[in-house]
Design a binder for this molecule. Sequence first.
Ligand code: G3P
Length: 218
Amino acid sequence: MKFFVDTADVAEIKDLAATGVLDGVTTNPSLIAKSGRKFLDVIAEICAVVPGPVSAEVTAMDVETMLKEAAVLRRIAPNVAIKLPLTWDGLKACKALSSEGVACNVTLCFSANQALLAAKAGAAYISPFIGRLDDIGEDGMQLIRDIRRIYDNYGSLKTEILSASIRSSEHVKQAALAGSDVATVPPGVLRELVKHPLTDKGLDAFNADWAKTGQSIL
Ligand code: G3P
């Protein structure tokens, strides 16, 4: 499973990119607002750090303006993926852009039927929001399983499942078990993934025993 980080915090992205685990980045208007920075500048900086796809979301509601915004975003860098909402206009924009070879990430997906529509419109990625479904008492992970099964039923559908709205390390594990192609993970959750109490305990024991030897590698 590929890891994208779900943030517009460039310092976080730089630090995580140095670990080699980052395959891409996703942003959305809320994350840009949280950064307090200019959208186009932030996307340009992220694209310079991460060679993988960097999702930048259009804000228009109609297809004509979406395509104009997409043209501006595409000029920033070749690795910009255009994020489009799961509406009929978003699907039309997806069809037009994907026909030109542009990677589109169709977002705000909450049902398997929506995911099927996005795949038929040529989306490179579909973003089902796990956490927000859990928030309303539904099983977000079941949506990932359903989409996986549907996409696997039809070999012509090449869309990658990008599990989004991930809130915990358990979400990450379950998404991988469900066969999600990508998980976009908030930095805090991504940092949690390395942690295990037995790793810390084992390291403490190794360090204590090493100190007893009185040796130094350098
Ligand atoms: O970027 C889309 C998605 O990951 C947002 O997550 O936590 O705001 O539901 P969240």
